[in-house]
Ligand binder design. Structure first.
Ligand code: C5P
Length: 219
């Protein structure tokens, strides 16, 4: 696969929660100068809005609130909570909400800001719905206890009294919902490379993916 100067590289990643996809996507994006979009954050933002606005929430309310998704603050720390994560897995089953988010993701994937060499998106349906023709596709996973433990350590920083079992329970619930929903379920496509991060360091995961990308870029 030879790249012409004007080609953009598109990397699509799907993964269950806390498998390490975000960390990997960031380091890969930095290395290849790609625009990175954590699509889970968009669903989390909408979930947070719903929790805040309670009975006022509807798709038309949402449309007014997020006229331009580029303006939303995806760095808001409140988006990280488990409560928001669970709500995100509920609202992300809504077709109208997914359609709203879809166009935004596709636009960034295919038209990243000019200073980048391409784009890298991670989520649940990126490899088969958002960037089906991505040059590189990965499915990143790890065993449930490892993922719950990683998320537990993160959440402990923002919520002192949270327990490992609570995190494990809610992660199982979210996995079940993400894998079994009818609309855009989480799945590994045949053309995605499986990376299991259970026993790999962040550096080892990065090098594994880099090797795959470099090999194909230089062929
Ligand atoms: O990736 P993260 O754990 O932040 O995603 C929160 C939730 O948003 C997921 O559990 C999933 O239900 C939903 N999501 C989705 N499609 C994406 C990204 C996230 O349905 N592309």
């Amino acid at each position: 696969m030879k790249y012409k100067k004007n080609d953009i590289i598109k990397i699509a990643i799907d993964s269950p929660a806390a498998a390490g996809a975000g960390t990997l996507a960031k380091s890969i994006s930095k290395h290849y100068n790609l625009f990175y979009l954590d699509t889970g954050k968009i669903y989390r933002f909408i979930a947070h809005l719903k929790l805040k606005s309670k009975n006022n929430f509807s798709v038309s309310f949402l449309k007014k609130k997020i006229r331009d998704l580029r303006m939303i603050d995806l760095k808001n720390k409140k988006l990280l909570s488990d409560e928001v994560g669970i709500e995100a897995s509920i609202i992300s089953k809504n077709k109208k909400i997914r359609n709203l988010v879809h166009a935004f993701q596709v636009n960034y994937a295919y038209n990243p800001p000019k200073k980048y060499n391409g784009s890298c998106l991670d989520g649940r349906d990126i490899t088969y719905k958002i960037i089906p023709d991505a040059e590189f596709k990965f499915f990143i996973t790890a065993n449930i206890k490892t993922r719950a433990n990683r998320r537990f350590k993160e959440l402990k920083k923002i919520k002192k009294n949270i327990t490992f079992n609570e995190v494990l329970k809610s992660m199982k619930k979210r996995d079940k919902s993400d894998y079994s929903r009818k609309l855009s379920p989480l799945k590994k496509t045949k053309d995605s490379v499986l990376i299991n991060t259970t026993n790999l360091s962040k550096r080892a995961c990065f090098l594994k993916i880099k090797k795959i990308i470099d090999k194909r870029l230089n062929n």
